[in-house]
Design a protein around this ligand. Structure first.
Ligand SMILES: [Zn+2]
Ligand SMILES: [Zn+2]
Length: 304
């Protein structure tokens, strides 16, 4: 039989290669067996070992860390592929990537997901996922530990679902920060994270923690902030009222270099400061708006 060649790279194709005029390498580049996110964030309860992606905590079958990660990856990332059951998966942990916290908790690692087609095991594919582990307290354990369930609340909100990534990113940073703080002082922790339609509510163990988190967010993000307090009782010993503090954080729905349409005119977002947004149109005239403008008015963002 005369040699056949890969249409893409020119390599000689063997009989074992798929019959698409391509070698396996090129075939898989065209059409990977699966597609997984590059990064994945998992919450682990520091007391009981339950895990969660968002607010629902799941008790793992095996209470060791690695089987728990394995179970979580299968449940959260591979579920749709497993339903079709045409790919066989295996997960390996890249020991060299392990990053530990000062308390010897594994914080971050790379896992390699290997998959092969069940009916044609020559078709193999692998992807590496960077897994971030956040150690928190699950609902139960925080109840058990705290006694006081929560003291303050931070509400993180975006304007619409196109900004959900922002919530994920901010939440990740908050988790990392709070975990570090918790290692130093166990008074500060997030006792509950509750999903809301356009964001999340964080139930916090202390008022200081609320302020620390606001400070943390101010470094990187632009938002409107609204603080409220609600009388929840009276501390008789100290002779003063007790309040529950709540902070609403509304992330600005635009960022620098976005182009927005205001009254049929294109404006470039030139600069964002602590409370103002500077825009410029094509005729080079300038416009300065408050943050609240972008929440109250219907602003169209141009996709670039
Ligand atoms: Zn090829
Ligand atoms: Zn727990």
């Amino acid at each position: 039989m005369p040699n056949r060649f890969c249409a893409i790279c020119g390599k000689v194709i063997s009989d074992a290669d798929p019959h698409f005029g391509m070698c396996y390498d090129c075939y898989l580049k065209e059409k990977p067996l699966f597609d997984l996110p590059k990064r994945f964030s998992l919450n682990i309860c520091i007391d009981c070992g339950s895990y969660s992606k968002k607010e629902v905590w799941i008790e793992p079958r095996d209470n060791e860390l690695f089987p728990t990660i394995n179970e979580a990856i299968h449940r959260f990332l591979l579920k749709n592929y497993l339903k079709k059951s045409n790919i066989e998966f295996s997960i390996t942990f890249d020991e060299k990537s392990y990053i530990f916290s000062s308390k010897d908790l594994l914080n971050n690692l790379d896992i390699v997901v290997n998959g092969k087609m069940k009916e044609n095991t020559n078709l193999k594919y692998q992807e590496t996922i960077n897994v971030n582990l956040n150690y928190l307290l699950c609902k139960n354990c925080s109840n058990i530990r705290g006694g006081t369930y929560y003291i303050s609340i931070i509400q993180l909100r975006v304007k619409d679902e196109t900004q959900f990534d922002l919530i994920d990113k901010a939440l990740n940073e908050i988790n990392k920060y709070v975990e570090k703080l918790f290692e130093k002082d166990q008074k500060h922790y997030i006792s509950k994270i509750e999903d809301q339609k356009f964001g999340v509510d964080l139930y916090l163990s202390s008022n200081e923690l609320m302020n620390y988190i606001i400070k943390l967010l101010r470094v990187k993000y632009y938002f409107l902030i609204k603080r409220t307090k609600k009388l929840i009782g009276r501390d008789i010993q100290k002779g003063k009222n007790l309040y529950r503090l709540k902070t609403l954080i509304k992330f600005l729905p635009i960022q620098k270099n976005d182009i927005v349409i205001i009254e049929n005119e294109d404006f470039l977002i030139e600069k964002i400061t602590k409370n103002k947004v500077f825009l410029r149109n094509r005729k080079n005239s300038k416009l300065i708006k408050n943050y609240s403008y972008f929440f109250n008015e219907k602003i169209l963002k141009k996709k670039i």
